[in-house]
Design a protein around this ligand. Structure first.
Ligand code: HEC
Ligand code: HEC
Length: 203
């Protein structure tokens, strides 16, 4: 019986752990300056959307910024990321994951359709990305896999260049070669397909 209980506890999804949404909401005010009041972000390379981001992924990323694996000193200082406890970070991540912009603020939920060859992007995505980022582009919270379909294309483009330049690690694998052979044109096609999965662009 004890073992059964332990197994149950260990298999509880991330969101079922005790998180304090109110605390997350309160702390998120310091993120709003750059990421928007509801975490909607702004089209462009430098203000990614946080609303709807899988919590497991977000916790890992905030930690990566704190320890410098992803460079962004301005954000670390502006939001005093070093002073947040692990519980605080869990709360912020759970709060942002719970924000469904499409429902509560459709006007802020728009992801512009990125121009490019959607059919080519779909073929590449199906072969090389779908197994992890999922068919619907929503990622997997517990595995730390982000929701590409909810993110701005220019930001994603820049991240893919960072992966190609080995300035950011993709999939926890420093030697990851996923993007090495893609031309900018192929990356644009992938993003054209990925943005077509955004709820506001769904065909
Ligand atoms: C001074 C502006 C600024 C503030 C304040 C700020 N951020 Fe950011 N944030 C950025 C920028 C710019 C990026 C993109 C950086 C990059 O390219 O890695 C970013 C990226 C992120 C990402 C990565 C998103 C992804 O899809 O990988 C997360 C997570 C994040 N911020 C969380 C937060 C949280 C949580 C707070 C508040 C506690 C916060 N940020 C406050 C500017 C800011
Ligand atoms: C084996 C699983 C796996 C595959 C296959 C995969 N990814 Fe990822 N991807 C991840 C993980 C895990 C992360 C989180 C990376 C981290 O730890 O920083 C990620 C992160 C990303 C990010 C950063 C998103 C953000 O919000 O900053 C982009 C962009 C991305 N992947 C694009 C792709 C594309 C495009 C493909 C296909 C060509 C692909 N990935 C294939 C697992 C995968």
């Amino acid at each position: 019986m004890k073992r059964l209980l332990l197994t149950l506890l260990l298999t509880l999804p991330f969101a079922a752990q005790a998180v304090d949404m109110e605390n997350g909401k309160k702390l998120s005010r310091s993120c709003a300056l750059c990421h928007g009041q509801l975490g909607q972000g702004t089209p462009g390379p430098a203000s990614p959307r946080l609303a709807g981001t899988p919590a497991g992924y977000m916790v890992q990323q905030v930690e990566a910024y704190i320890n410098g694996d992803r460079p962004n000193l301005r954000m670390v200082i502006t939001s005093s990321l070093h002073s947040l406890s692990e519980d605080d970070i869990d709360d912020i991540a759970a709060y942002y994951e719970s924000i469904n912009l499409n429902k509560i603020a459709p006007g802020l939920s728009m992801i512009p359709q990125w121009p490019g060859n959607i059919a080519q992007g779909e073929a590449i995505y199906g072969e090389e990305c779908k197994s992890c980022h999922r068919k619907n582009g929503m990622g997997k919270s517990r595995k730390g896999i982000p929701a590409l379909a909810l993110q701005y294309s220019q930001y994603l483009f820049r991240q893919i260049k960072m992966f190609q330049w080995r300035k950011r690690v993709h999939d926890d694998e420093p030697d990851d070669e996923t993007f090495d052979n893609f031309s900018d044109q192929q990356i644009e096609s992938i993003l054209a397909y990925v943005s077509s999965l955004a709820p506001n662009n769904k065909r």
